[in-house]
Design a protein around this ligand. Sequence first.
Ligand code: 5GP
Length: 206
Amino acid sequence: MTQPAPSVLIVSGPSGSGKSTLVQKILELPGTMLSISCTTRPPRRTENAGKWYNFVTESEFQQMVDAGEFLEYAQVFGKNWYGTPRKWLEKAFAEGKDLVLEIDVAGALQVKQKLPEAVAIFVVPPSRSDVEQRIRARGQDSEDEIHRRLERSRQEMLKFPSYDFAVINDDLERAGREVQAIALASRCRMARQEHHIREILKTFGG
Ligand code: 5GP
């Protein structure tokens, strides 16, 4: 039986909204795969290369930009560069899997422009104090940095109308079910099922 063309699922939202946990929920669904971003940010102690990120130097990143290897890329917090290599798109399509992108708001808007059929999920933090708590819990940022991140989150919140779905991240159980439901429902969109339906129609004699 012919499989429908895979979806691109963008999980995005303001910094500190808790996107990564929801991405893991989607990846529990069979037939999904993660797009591994390249970043110039140094790895944190807990991070292994190739799991969530491929860590590259600025010149390696620039070479990839020049070679047109990125579907999208952005500089986050005016510091480090992050990009989604196109090769994941090709791999997901070859394997018939849904590709999950966990990217910032600027990157999400670029992907929606290039791939309008991509499904963009906006992960909404329940409040500013919730974001502040998350940032502080990581214990990695100075007071100045915390204020910069909070202001950036506010600016990013304003971009919500560009997204297809919104998930309020105030209850992990419910939010997890919601992102999974969006991923499953996007597989049933008519644009993706049309070919499949035509195949079935043939069994009716066309
Ligand atoms: P962190 O350094 O905390 O892992 O990520 C910082 C921000 O960069 C997060 O908002 C994350 O979603 C975003 N990010 C991660 N990978 C990419 C990517 O490939 N492209 C873009 N545009 N943003 C990304």
